[in-house]
Ligand binder design. Structure first.
Ligand code: ARG
Length: 462
């Protein structure tokens, strides 16, 4: 049954109803709709629309209903109502009779849905913040476990300089830390309550909107009713948080897909997160990671979708805005699942340290060390860079690593080179030299692991 039959003489077309109804997805806000209704009952009681006894009866019925919907929210989805607001109101009327019809006094579905959705966003953000922290914790454990696994670091996907696996894992822990802060900021920005804004012009009853806002866990009431009912910034913002974080996860996925490939064979993904080929018996495919990479597009799609829907929408509420929910729900679910899946992938991933070490030693990734050695012998860096380039070409021609060249061969290019060049070309020496903050030297990596562990234990922004 619709909430607005009086003005209509014809039944709505069944096809229009199916097109217009939102219960099949907005049922997910059932708990928040009831929470908002309980507070609204308090607001209208405070201005004498309902008596204290009526208030108590309404609240008791709403609380019963809340218990039921929390138990099985999905069962609501198929019910024959326009949206979650009509569903809750109709059930309330079934239970308390005409008293239930008083609840909507001074309220519109426009301020109601805006409030429900903000409450939902806030609750969901808390769940996501936990998942971010979960993946960060997993990354730190991985870093600690593979603290001294030497592997090549890349730029342009060319072996550049050696790093350790821990440093790679901590890079993602850092990205996720910014994701967490971004989400925290987004929640702060959605901390004003639209309830009591009416349809668009404000409610005609003198309710204390700030008190109402605080009761619902907001800091204060919104300041402008037109803005209140038309604002969906929080949806766009959460989707932006999700998109940036998914961009990080897709890079994580791509790195591991490459490291897991036959060509690199640095890591071996567990059977628990891979699948086989129906045709080629030898295959073990990195499906979990490919799906994380693939689902990133879908989350970006939701962000683009809401920005496009809101673009040039006239104030205040328009039904276009009902399109805010499906993309948001889907994208946040996806983000949540991907965070958890990335943590699962790390859980029993194996690293083949001899492969990563060989690769780190190859590819002339100690060329910078040789240039730095020449600098220590008084050669200006630009010139050193050039000389090392010549030595690399020479070594490539003989299929030798730099440390495979004889002293005479080195000296032909630069006579300042002495026997002491060889220890400098060692991969461990390359690591330990990078001891400034944020570098890959063992003591820096240990400090980074310790800092991140402490930071995660405190669970605050900085
Ligand atoms: N289902 C609607 C939505 O999600 C609720 C608000 C309806 N308001 C209205 N004036 N029709 O946006």
């Amino acid at each position: 049954m619709a909430l607005w039959g009086g003005r209509f003489t014809q039944e709505a077309d069944a096809r229009f109803r199916a097109f217009n109804d939102s219960l099949r997805f907005d049922y997910r806000m059932a708990e928040q709709d009831i929470q908002g209704s309980i507070s609204w009952a308090g607001a209208i009681a405070s201005v004498g629309i309902i008596t204290p006894a009526e208030h108590d009866a309404l609240v008791a019925a709403l609380k019963d209903l809340q218990e039921e919907v929390v138990r099985d929210p999905a069962s609501i989805a198929g019910a024959d109502f326009e949206d979650i607001h009509s569903y809750v109101e109709s059930l309330l009327i079934d239970r308390v009779g005409d008293l239930g019809k008083k609840l909507h006094t001074g309220r519109s579905r426009n301020d109601q849905v805006a409030t429900d959705l903000k409450l939902w966003c806030r609750a969901q953000a808390a769940v996501l913040a936990d998942s971010i922290r979960g993946l960060q914790r997993r990354l730190v454990d991985t870093a600690a476990e593979f603290r001294d696994v030497i592997m090549p670091g890349y730029t342009h996907l060319q072996r550049a300089q050696p790093v350790v696996f821990a440093h790679w894992a901590l890079a993602y822990a850092e990205m996720l830390d910014r994701d967490w802060i971004r989400l925290d900021n987004a929640v702060r920005l959605m901390n004003r309550c639209p309830l009591g804004s009416g349809a668009l012009a404000g409610t005609a009853y003198p309710v204390d909107r700030d008190a109402l806002a605080r009761e619902l866990g907001f800091e204060e009431a919104t300041r402008n009713s037109l803005d209140s009912v038309s604002d969906r910034d929080h949806v766009a913002e959460l989707l932006s948080c999700a998109s940036i974080s998914m961009m990080h996860l897709s890079r994580f996925a791509e790195d591991l897909i490459i490291y897991n490939s036959g060509e690199s064979a640095f890591v071996e993904l567990s059977d628990r997160v891979t699948s086989g080929s129906s045709l080629m018996p030898q295959k073990k495919n990195p499906d979990a990671l490919e799906l994380v990479r693939g689902k990133t597009g879908r989350v970006y799609g939701a962000l683009t979708g809401i920005l496009t829907t809101l673009k040039a929408l006239p104030l205040a509420y328009d039904k276009d805005m009902q399109e805010d929910k499906e993309g948001l729900f889907d994208a946040l679910d996806t983000w949540h699942d991907c965070l958890d899946m990335c943590a699962l992938v790390l859980e029993d991933m194996k690293i083949r340290r001899e492969r990563t070490l060989d690769a780190a030693k190859g590819g002339y990734s100690n060329a910078t060390e040789l240039a730095d050695y020449l600098v220590s012998r008084g050669v200006p860096f630009r010139e050193a860079h050039h000389l090392v380039g010549e030595l690399v070409v020479y070594a490539i021609g003989r299929s030798l690593p730099l440390e495979g060249l004889s002293l005479e061969e080195f000296r032909k290019v630069s006579p300042v080179i002495g026997e002491d060049v060889y220890p400098c070309l060692d991969v461990k020496s390359a690591l330990s030299k990078r001891a400034a903050k944020g570098g890959v030297a063992p003591e820096q990596v240990d400090a980074a692991i310790a800092w991140m562990r402490k930071h995660l234990a405190m669970d605050v922004a900085d």
